[in-house]
Design a protein around this ligand. Structure first.
Ligand code: AHR
Length: 616
């Protein structure tokens, strides 16, 4: 086979092409990238009524020493539930408390990762009729090993009082818990108990190592916060941005009834905007358009939702004197966020009220913010949309052979009208397992097709991005983690091959072959050192090796290019996956190329993705 690259036939690739889609699914946010260690910090997981669901909080002590209940006595208006502890034992007298005291503990999200030498800030709200002496400690999962502890001693907490302690860990344990214990008889109420590591990504509350995984693929945009999470199974359980901002203590939290878990919403609308800014990416806000999976608001009654979206835009972009801009400023970000893209709903095109509702949002946003790009849920790739939009959303989850064969999916799409945003793509089903090489190679082929069609496809993101291995709601996902470990699936590593593509120059790259299992593209891009690189990517989706003659014309390349590399993603078995035990089983392997040339004979391994990075 031959690959002819013509450097004089070029086209710019949009700056926005490859980004990420972050959804609160699989505990990706709560118990994931958001570093809060306490799960259900306001004791509200059962909703606003009592008795509430305090799980995973559990009790230390027995019925003769302690009674734990919930009531609605909190000082926070939007989340009234508080935890009440009636301590029946004491340090002295007939009913003596156990040596370790009695109280409650929180195991976090399948164990807290506490690391020696690191500091953790615990904040809680407490009230009592008498004086208190509460021990706040980080311990092993059975409480036997104390990693850090401090005491809150106060003679007057008759009104709700905020208490703060800084704990420095003396040991490491990825399966730790937070304990609040006492040996003093009396009644104590707790509410809004938070434990955060001090060291978070840019100091903004995110788990460093997980965000670094994202940072490494240089996302140009972040679509958030869902997905189905935005829709809700029922509207009453959908994510609503106003409930997710302001002081964390005052956020009510909500039960996401599509992915079936409670979130305290410490990771809210503001934090998504902040993270996107910290990554140097563009935010793409998906909001609820009055439609969930099961119910929908009639178009005649949708204006409160439209106002909510406009208020959300003012929150992000308004100056700090505006009503909602001032709330943002009070949260520590006086400058506006650079929000220029919104998606009206998620996967709602087929629903009865979508078009009607969409137009209400479209007209209101277009008139208030003419520069904002508006994304429709309706697919415009095979026929034109019947409503105005800047982009249309395109989702595809399918088998490996189908996705690979979709390399040319956008070749025939009309070049006029809205641009495509492939905001969710992945191989799913048995080809994918929990993240196979096979899936990743098919995705690589599909992405090469998107790169080649980037005159019409301006944005693309894999889905879902994260999974906490303890709560796999969706398979596969790009990054797998638990409290202390993480790894990228082969699909994650494929995305790294495309991180230079956004804003690069696409060259004409023609394959001369009878094979239908080869796809290739070529780009040039400039490094921060000002040097220009040529990157050739080729997927061999067949089971035999391929001898390929590569010729590069029109770039004025000399022979013998120095400093060039070859990077290959492959493995001995197509269904190979990475795992916590073997996180690097299927990862790209880079070697120097000794004899890189404008004419090269190369060999492509069976079932592989290869990139040649040539310094021009
Ligand atoms: O990515 C997982 C889900 O797939 C998203 O929530 C939804 O948009 C799609 O159905």
């Amino acid at each position: 086979a031959n690959l002819i690259i013509n450097g004089s036939s070029t086209r710019p690739i949009p700056e926005t092409l490859f980004g990420i889609f972050f959804e609160e699914i699989n505990h990706a946010g709560a118990g994931g990238i958001w570093a809060e260690l306490v799960n259900n910090r306001g004791f509200e997981a059962g909703g606003q009524n009592t008795p509430s669901n305090i799980a995973p909080w559990s009790i230390i002590g027995d019925q003769s020493s302690l009674i734990v209940s919930t009531d609605r006595s909190s000082c926070f208006e939007r989340n009234k539930v508080a935890l009440r502890m009636d301590v029946l034992c004491d340090s002295e007298g007939g009913n003596t408390c156990p040596a370790a005291g009695v109280g409650i503990y929180n195991p976090g999200f399948w164990g807290m990762n506490i690391e020696q030498g690191k500091a953790y800030k615990v904040v809680l709200y407490v009230r009592s009729l008498g004086s208190i002496n509460v021990s706040v400690s980080l311990t092993s999962s059975d409480g036997s090993q104390i990693l850090a502890s401090a005491n809150i001693v106060d003679s007057d907490v008759s009104n709700w009082t905020k208490a703060e302690v800084l704990l420095e860990a003396k040991g490491t344990n990825p399966n730790s818990r937070l304990q609040l214990t006492t040996s003093r008889k009396g009644v104590i109420w707790f509410d809004q108990v938070s434990a955060m590591p001090l060291d978070t990504y840019k100091g903004h509350g995110f788990r460093n190592e997980l965000i670094e995984m994202i940072d490494d693929i240089k996302p140009q945009f972040v679509r958030f916060p869902g997905g189905c999470f935005v829709e809700g199974e029922w509207l009453r359980n959908a994510f609503r941005w106003k409930e997710s901002i302001g002081p964390w203590e005052e956020r009510p939290g909500h039960f996401g009834d599509v992915w079936m878990y409670w979130t305290d919403d410490g990771l809210g609308y503001f934090e998504f905007l902040q993270l996107t800014e910290d990554l140097g990416a563009r935010p793409i806000w998906v909001f609820n358009n009055g439609i969930s999976h099961q119910d929908q608001v009639d178009t005649t009654a949708v204006s409160p939702f439209v106002q909510e979206a406009l208020d959300g835009l003012e929150f992000a972009r308004g100056d700090s004197n505006s009503k909602w801009g001032s709330v943002r400023a009070a949260m520590g970000h006086p400058e506006p966020f650079d929000l220029k893209y919104v998606a009206v709903g998620n996967e709602d095109c087929g629903k009865k009220n979508y078009r009607g509702n969409y137009l209400k949002f479209y007209n209101a946003i277009r008139s208030a913010y003419p520069d904002i790009k508006i994304i429709s849920n309706c697919d415009g790739s095979s026929r034109s949309l019947d409503h105005p939009a800047d982009y249309y959303d395109y989702h595809v989850y399918t088998s490996a052979s189908n996705l690979f064969s979709m390399t040319r999916q956008f070749d025939r799409t009309s070049r006029t009208g809205p641009k495509a945003f492939v905001s969710e793509y992945a191989v799913t089903g048995k080809d994918a397992g929990t993240g196979s090489l096979l899936a990743a190679l098919a995705e690589a082929g599909f992405l090469i097709g998107l790169e080649k069609n980037s005159d019409i496809v301006e944005m693309a993101s894999y889905a879902p991005l994260f999974v906490n291995a303890n709560d796999r709601r969706w398979n596969p996902d790009a990054i797998v983690f638990n409290s202390s470990m993480h790894y990228g699936t082969p699909s994650y590593w494929v995305q790294k091959f495309f991180r230079e593509s956004s804003g690069a120059t696409l060259l004409d790259a023609k394959l001369q072959t009878n094979s239908s299992t080869l796809v290739a593209s070529a780009i040039t891009w400039q490094n921060s050192d000002g040097k220009t690189y040529l990157k050739i990517k080729i997927v061999n989706f067949g089971n035999s090796k391929v001898n390929l003659k590569v010729s590069i014309d029109g770039l004025g390349l000399s022979s013998q290019l120095s400093g060039s590399t070859k990077t290959v993603l492959t493995s001995s078995n197509l269904m190979d996956e990475n795992s916590f035990a073997n996180p690097k089983k299927v990862v790209p392997a880079q070697t120097m190329i000794e004899n890189a040339d404008k004419d090269m004979d190369v060999v492509l391994s069976p079932y592989s993705l290869t990139s040649f990075d040539l310094l021009t």
